[in-house]
Design a protein around this ligand. Sequence first.
Ligand SMILES: NC(=O)c1ccc[n+]([C@@H]2O[C@H](COP(=O)([O-])OP(=O)(O)OC[C@H]3O[C@@H](n4cnc5c(N)ncnc54)[C@H](O)[C@@H]3O)[C@@H](O)[C@H]2O)c1
Length: 314
Amino acid sequence: MVGVVGLGYVGLTTAFSLAYLGYRVVGMDVDGSKVRLLRDGKLPFFEPYMDEMFSLVEERVSFATRYEEAIPEADVVFITVGTPQGTGGAPMLDQVKGAAEGIGRNLKQDFVVVVNKSTVPVGSGNYVEALVRRAYAEVHGGNPDGRFVVASNPEFLREGQALRDSLYPDRIVVGADDVRAIEILRVLYQPILEQDFIPPPFLPRPEKMGGVPFVTADLASAEMIKYAANAFLALKISFINELAGLAEKVGADIRIIARGIGLDARIGPRFLQAGLGWGGSCFPKDTAALLAMGKEYGVNLEIISAAREVNFRQ
Ligand SMILES: NC(=O)c1ccc[n+]([C@@H]2O[C@H](COP(=O)([O-])OP(=O)(O)OC[C@H]3O[C@@H](n4cnc5c(N)ncnc54)[C@H](O)[C@@H]3O)[C@@H](O)[C@H]2O)c1
């Protein structure tokens, strides 16, 4: 059984995708109104193909508002709660803390992999581990040594493409300092890695799609990959926008320039549309988090600061 704690975009997409692959999934959220909607077969937000997917998986997915209904059954528990930006740029981890404590209090008897899918600063895996450990000890006494391992499995989905990105990802990243966790997640994701599941009729497999690379890492590297990916994409957008300003002055066409450079395989055509700033909430939030992390460790991330300035001038 797979547990998913936090049923927002990431949690619900994870729950439905894993259920589609054949796993039994219990999704848990502290928001009772959200859970009530889901139990009635309704979605709390719109996302393409989620309704169709819900109909396909409803027999394998259940929903809960309490940790004790969800966690003791689960062999793998995903944390998919929100990590909104706090003052100073670093994300607020109170939802992560709540989830980790709820999991710790209800840890099952056998081995459990606690997988952090929320976007969190480096070191959060260790923080989650400490919280699970302490919550377990408070309820059960003793320590839960050997009973659980924390892994990081950053999410790269885009809203509007969530199910497609989840079933047909460019890569799956898993980080843990314990090889058992990595192996359990490799097996869990096997159908996606091998792409040997039958695609849902409404979301055919992209043409020429092969196997999906499985990137294994230590905990810290996996946590940093998510921030590095978003910072790089944000940088690409800021780069083309900065050049657009010069192109306009010299009478050049930035769209043709973008095409001319984007066809270089080392650069690639995506994220080179000038004119638009960074959309969505992830790039501002994740670059702010990266800068806050740099500040904490005394590392000045000048390129990322500049990319943010260019964007906010836009
Ligand atoms: N939305 C995206 O496009 C996207 C993409 C990649 C990564 N992420 C990251 O994934 C994480 C989740 O994002 P989201 O957009 O799904 O968030 P969201 O805000 O849509 O959903 C979070 C859910 O967690 C629930 N929750 C809060 N505290 C809880 C607790 N203690 N126990 C159980 N449930 C709890 C909330 O009620 C809410 O339903 C964030 O870290 C985000 O940065 C988001």
